[in-house]
Design a protein around this ligand. Structure first.
Ligand code: NAD
Length: 271
């Protein structure tokens, strides 16, 4: 494993579980000092233990990403302790319930927007000045394929994730000349512990979902984390304001071509 994040300080939100945990582990395995944040203290401690056992460095903080004073205090702590911030993965998010728009509880709508969109806004608001003082950096915000599509029942989630793409583009535009690259990451159906548990409860739905993905399988959290690490690394030095879709082909559109082997002149097997 390369050591390309040696001496780098990386912030990861949603680090207690799923994609955020795998990203925290991946950054640490490449030499970074990782600051992991989440609401879930137990999960955070587990992530820290995994990193330390593997020989990496991690510090953790229980914060609500939608609470401005908590996020600003977290970034202040990073500045005091580490003196710099080289990369940030603003990844914490919630799905919210599934309801038709006319039935969507307004309080639930506000909550999803608060965590997913305000949380990313607050993250960048405090991360950017510290990165700028350190001479540059990279930010990745977790969106979703729901930033490109209209998943029925998920109005709040889709709105928040479309919003993340807009925030990402503005932040990229404002900071491209300051040595800070900002991009978004759009995972598809990713088999995090929660998704695996739901699939076990509803195997028929899981089967249908997998069948609808061209790769015929869900993504692994580590496959999404690898894309986040790449977007934060110098290897993506000319990529700015983009949303990288990592979805096993879910949003390709179109149809798979199956040659008809029965029809003479088809491109199928020759008899
Ligand atoms: P997850 O539930 O395993 O992880 C999300 C983490 O965010 C949890 O640890 C949770 O405690 C934390 N969190 C939630 N609200 C918070 C808050 N207010 N403050 C701080 N932390 C908070 O889910 P995941 O699948 O790893 O999700 C990570 C990101 O990926 C989310 O933004 C999600 O929307 C996005 N995503 C996931 C999938 C998927 O299929 N799993 C697909 C597309 C996008």
């Amino acid at each position: 494993m390369s050591n390309d994040f040696k001496e780098k300080v990386v912030l990861v939100t949603g680090a207690a579980s799923g994609i955020g945990r795998e990203a925290a582990r991946a950054f640490a395995s490449r030499g970074a000092l990782v600051y992991g944040a989440d609401l879930d203290e137990k999960g955070l401690a587990e992530t820290q233990t995994l990193i330390v056992k593997a020989g990496g460095k991690a510090r953790i903080a229980r914060i609500d990403v939608s609470a401005e004073e908590q996020f600003s205090a977290f970034v202040k702590r990073i500045e005091t302790e580490a003196g710099r911030l080289d990369a940030a993965f603003n990844n914490a998010g919630i799905t919210g319930g599934a309801h038709r728009l006319e039935d969507y509880p307004t309080d639930d709508f506000d909550k999803v927007l608060r965590v997913n969109l305000r949380g990313v806004f607050l993250g960048m608001k405090y991360e950017l000045p510290l990165m700028k003082r350190g001479g540059g950096g990279a930010i990745v915000n977790t969106a979703s394929v729901a930033a490109l599509t209209g998943p029925g029942g998920m109005s709040a989630y889709a709105a928040s994730k479309h919003g993340i793409q807009g925030l990402t583009r503005v932040a990229a535009m404002e900071n491209a000349a300051h040595g800070i690259r900002v991009n978004a990451l759009a995972p598809g159906w990713t088999e995090t512990p929660m998704v695996i548990a739901n699939s076990a409860q509803n195997p028929a739905f899981a089967e249908k979902a997998r069948a609808a993905i061209p790769s015929r399988r869900g993504g692994q959290p580590a496959e999404i984390a690898a894309a986040a690490v790449w977007l934060c690394s110098p290897e993506s030095s000319y990529v700015m304001g983009q949303m990288l879709v990592v979805d096993g082909g879910m949003t390709i559109g179109g149809f798979e071509f199956q040659p008809n082997t029965q029809t003479p002149g088809s491109t199928g097997e020759t008899p």
